[in-house]
Design a protein around this ligand. Structure first.
Ligand SMILES: Cc1ncc(COP(=O)(O)O)c(C=O)c1O
Length: 406
């Protein structure tokens, strides 16, 4: 059975507002069951975590259930799922904590393809420790991050290799497993930014070789909350700053203050929703997630191909590097105008795209495009349709011709 996009769209109440959303890379719409779960938690007796009364037990169960959900989504261990307000906050936490043991002999490797959330926390932590930062470069023409360069970048002094599972600017999917193999051969930890990738492809942290994998639920139909997944034994080796009475156990000692129980309910509902995209009846949620993400990826790849082919065919439009096998995200420019002008004009027509550097700071610095406004980004999510692509292409073509279709 094919991917039933109309059934999937019906699960997103906000689509009824009629906008065309190619802005999923900045945050997708929230699935209806997610909003319902958040509301239900807020409307019921949920206390702070304790086992001595029912409302407190509910809070504990919400946290445990959400850890299981994230583990099912990415293939991790629920006991190694740490929640935080954002991927940026979690990455800062991990970088700060790991770097307390670094000195001037140590090194970290970051990439210029990454969102700044997986660059600056490492660079700043390294600077404080006097450690060396080494940079992996992408190929501007192909958009690829070659694996080969890591053989030169990583050495026995390397503490961490931070790399993205997918670029939020051009969708490139580096060969993380091969990079991790090189890093592990030298005893380095691998920190993978899965914020863009998790929304688009099936994820298996073990296959990726990720020691840490960070993901943000608002990129995959959920609420504004993030998780960093690692083996419990990896967290055990780390000592974050924490309050005296707060738990010393893993993963709790990495979570500060009271968690947002309502948003955690939303995370569980989001994973359940993703698991239902494909109507198969595999016995475990993990299997249903994998089947659903594969089928959604096959669907979005077709829609995305039509988008990229269409953009390339428009005179006066430049499409940025288009690596094969990438996540369905493209950056482009209408040559005659600044990216912000294109995005604003499309926005006025109810078509949501992003413009600027989308925090892919190093990518746009390296390509030299940052100072002139970066790019226009369109990202296909599983609720987008071929008809929406036609609408976007027509609007872009009109901009390129110097006409507006209002
Ligand atoms: C690839 C990537 N990494 C990290 C982030 C930062 O995520 P958060 O907003 O949860 O800090 C984003 C957000 O756009 C992203 O696209």
């Amino acid at each position: 059975m094919g991917f039933d996009v109309e059934r999937v769209r019906a699960a997103y109440p906000a689509l009824a507002e009629g906008f065309v959303h190619f802005d999923g890379a900045a945050g997708t719409l929230v699935a209806g069951p997610v909003a319902d779960a958040i509301t239900a938690t807020l409307r019921s007796a949920v206390g702070n975590r304790t086992t001595v009364f029912e409302a407190g037990r509910r809070a504990g169960a919400i946290v445990a259930t959400a850890r299981e959900a994230v583990a099912d989504l990415v293939g991790g261990d629920p006991a190694g799922v740490v929640f935080g307000s954002s991927a940026t906050a979690l990455t800062y936490l991990v970088a700060r904590t790991l770097s307390t043991t670094w000195n001037e002999r140590d090194e970290v490797v970051v990439s210029r393809l990454d969102h700044d959330a997986n660059v600056r926390p490492w660079v700043q932590a390294a600077e404080r420790a006097g450690a060396t930062v080494r940079w992996a470069e992408f190929d501007a023409a192909t958009g690829e991050l070659s694996t080969g360069q890591y053989a030169d970048l990583v050495n026995p002094q390397t503490r961490v290799v931070a790399v993205t599972a997918a670029s939020n600017a051009i969708g490139t999917r580096p060969d993380v497993a091969a990079i991790a193999k090189i890093a592990h051969a030298h005893g380095a930890l691998v920190y993978v930014d899965g914020v863009h990738a998790t929304a688009h492809v099936p994820t298996n942290v073990a296959e990726l070789g990720a020691d840490f994998y960070v993901t943000s639920a608002y990129k995959w139909s959920g609420p504004h909350l993030a998780a960093c997944v690692a083996a419990p034994a990896t967290w055990e080796l780390m000592t974050p700053d924490k309050l005296m009475p707060a738990p010393d156990t893993v993963p709790d000692r990495f979570e500060f203050g009271t968690l947002s129980f309502e948003l955690l309910s939303g995370i569980t509902a989001a994973v359940d929703h993703l698991a239902s995209l494909d109507p198969g009846d595999a016995p475990t949620r993990r299997e249903r997630v994998l089947a659903s993400m594969s089928s959604a990826h096959a669907y979005t790849s077709g829609v995305f191909e039509a988008l990229v082919t269409g953009l390339r065919a428009i005179n006066g439009v430049t499409v940025m590097a288009a690596p094969p096998g990438r996540c369905p995200t493209v950056s482009f420019r209408v040559d005659a105008e600044a990216p912000a002008a294109t995005a604003t004009a499309l926005g006025d027509q109810g078509i949501c795209v992003y413009s600027g550097d989308y925090y892919a700071y190093e990518y746009f610095q390296s390509t030299g495009l940052r100072d002139s406004g970066g790019g226009v980004r369109a990202s296909v999510y599983h609720y987008n349709t071929a008809a929406e692509v036609d609408r976007l292409l027509e609007a872009v073509e009109n901009r390129a011709k110097g006409e507006d279709n209002q």
